[in-house]
Design a binder for this molecule. Structure first.
Ligand SMILES: *[C@@H]1O[C@H](CO)[C@@H](O)[C@H](O)[C@H]1NC(C)=O
Length: 134
């Protein structure tokens, strides 16, 4: 696909997310093509990732699924073989598929209590070449 078209696609996605209101004020948006690898950042404020929990949900109001719990990867998710914790407790996903799009949330806990400042939502948009496939 031509570069200009990638740009219109991004513009279209941005516009439609504004119009449908799926984008919360603090959400980070990451755009990626299927087959690529992605690193989703965590607002890591701690010196390790032992309390890091990454959750995923397909839509804003879907139930969240744990991908990483207390720094340990869950083995029962469809994507677990492609996931790893990266530097700064980021979530690395290899070989992105269309089904990976959705909301990813990084949380950390201090002394067993949820640490608000580290709460980071990332919305992953997977580009699939054709806007009708998204
Ligand atoms: C990526 O995933 C596709 C199917 O979704 C698979 O056919 C392909 O072999 C994978 N590539 C790598 C490098 O794992």
């Amino acid at each position: 696909m031509a570069d200009e078209c990638h740009l219109c696609l991004l513009g279209l996605i941005f516009l439609s997310s504004l119009l449908t209101g799926i984008s919360g004020e603090d959400d980070a948006h990451v755009f990626i093509s299927s087959g690529e690898n992605v690193r989703l950042p965590c607002n890591n404020a701690l010196h390790d990732c032992k309390s890091t929990t990454w959750t995923y949900k397909r839509f804003r109001h879907s139930a969240a699924v744990d991908l990483i719990n207390s720094g340990i990867k869950k083995k029962d998710t469809e994507s677990h073989e492609r996931l790893s914790l990266g530097s700064g407790c980021s979530l690395n996903i290899k070989n992105i598929t269309k089904e990976d799009s959705g909301f990813y949330n990084c949380r950390q806990y201090v002394n067993g209590r949820y640490y608000q400042k580290a709460d980071a939502y990332v919305f992953l948009h997977v580009l699939h070449g054709n806007v009708m496939n998204m």
